[in-house]
Ligand binder design. Sequence first.
Ligand code: HEM
Length: 199
Amino acid sequence: MGLKRRLGAGRWAIHVAGLLSFIWLAAAAIQNQLGPDPIKQLALLTGDRGFQFLLFSLAISPLARMVSAPLLIQWRRPAGLWAFYFLCLHLLVFAQGYIGWSWALLVEELIERPYISVGALAWLMLVPLALTSTRLARRKLGRRWGVLHRLVFVVAALGCVHLLWQVRADWINAGLYTLICVLIVGSRYRNASWFLKAN
Ligand code: HEM
C-alpha cells in the first residue's frame, strides 16, 4: 500500500482518538477525579475536546493541499463527527448540570448570558452539517453541499466568540483557539488568492 493510500486509511486513527478521549473522560467522571466542581470541569473538557476536533477538521483541507495528499480529505468527516459528538455531550452537561432541563432557566440563561446564546447558535448550525455528512447527502445536494458546509467557518467563529465572551481573567485558552482559527482561515485565503491569480 502506498503512503498516500495509507493516509486515507489513517482516518480510523481519528475514531480511535475520539473513542479514547471519551473513555478517559467517562473514567475520570466515574472515578470522581474531576476536582471539586466536576460539572463545570465536564463542561470545560467536553467544550475543549469538541472545539479541538472542529479545528482539526478545518485544518485538514489546507494541510492536504500543503502536502499534496488529497486522500487526507477523508479525515474531515470523522473529525467533524467527533466534534459534533463532544459538543452534544457539552450541551447535555449544560442541560443536566447547569439548568436541570428547565425551559424557564434556559430562557433566563439565554437572555442573561449572551455567550450561551452564541454557543447555542453555533451548536444549532452544526446539526444540518452532521445530518448531511453522509456520501448520499453529498451526492443529492450537489454543489449546494459545499455551500452548506461552509457554515463550519461560521460555527468556528461563533465558538471563538462563545469563549472570548466568557473569559474572566485567563485569556490564554480563548486567545489560542482564536489564533488557530485565524491561522486556518488565513491559510485558506492565501490558497484561494494564489488559485485566483494562477487561473
Ligand atoms: C448549546 C450550546 C452550548 C452551550 C449551552 C454551552 C455552554 C457552555 C458553558 C456554560 C461553558 C462554561 C463552563 C463554565 O465555566 O462554567 C462553556 C464552555 C466552553 N464551551 Fe460551550 N456551550 C455551547 C456550545 C459550544 C460550542 C458550539 C463550542 C465550540 C465550537 C463550545 C466550546 C466551549 C469551550 C471550548 C468551553 C471551555 C472554555 C474554557 O476552557 O474556558 N461550546 N460552554
